[in-house]
Design a protein around this ligand. Sequence first.
Ligand SMILES: N[C@@H](CCC(=O)N[C@@H](CS)C(=O)NCC(=O)O)C(=O)O
Length: 259
Amino acid sequence: MSEKLVVNNFPPIFASQFSPFGLKLESWLRLAGISYRNEWSFRKLGPKGKLPFVATDGKVIGDSELIIQYLAARTGKDPDANLNLDARAEGLMIRRMVEEHFYFVILYSRWQDEAVWPAFSAEVFRSVPWPIRGLIRSKAQKSVLQSIFKQGLSRHEPSEIYGKARADLEALSIKLGSKPYFLGPEPTLTDTSVYGHLANILYQPVTGQLQQEIRKFDNLCDYCDRLKAIWWPKEEGAGGSEAKFIAPDQADVSQRRSA
Ligand SMILES: N[C@@H](CCC(=O)N[C@@H](CS)C(=O)NCC(=O)O)C(=O)O
């Protein structure tokens, strides 16, 4: 890549990248050892109308999975390179469950559950000028609530919604067992996805039922602590709070050291 990768994400809150997909992408970049710099915005929603997206090689690419596929091929840095077909299939199924189902429980727990929403929204919209803060906040909430309703999750009772989350977590806990990572002795793409979603809630200072559900699974909590210590050792939250991360194998390190 000719120029440093630019990662567009939401501004961090609670010292964390609060988009699970954004945290997945940044964690993967650290796992792969690819340098990047962040640009944070609520408004720049990328080529697919979503965050995260990246700009590199004169291209703008949206969707964490497509971005990662592109970068792995482009740089030859692919933590999944040695996985066999069975492990790849298992990883895909785990990511699909976490990203296409558990993610909606995260949305529900933050944007609809009254035990979390007031404190969560106060933090998310803190940087919006106060005369328009209320309007932006309710517009954003309306849009998220519509997406959870259209997906179907919020048509259930709260007890059913958190019951579904518990089932996802139990499945993850069983699959992880006593292994350090989901697919083997080293972390892979799938771990960045699971971490991006679980750590986002586990280390969030606003507690709520979803966090309590995660806390019931010791091996998942230990797993998040383990990955946080590798990828985000200095962060107070789940990670993604630094404006800049320079991979150790990049030339800029020498400039930083001599600065
Ligand atoms: N499949 C996408 C999902 C990205 C996604 O849903 N991003 C959310 C934030 S976590 C977003 O941009 N939402 C804004 C919107 O839908 O308007 C990925 O892997 O990047």
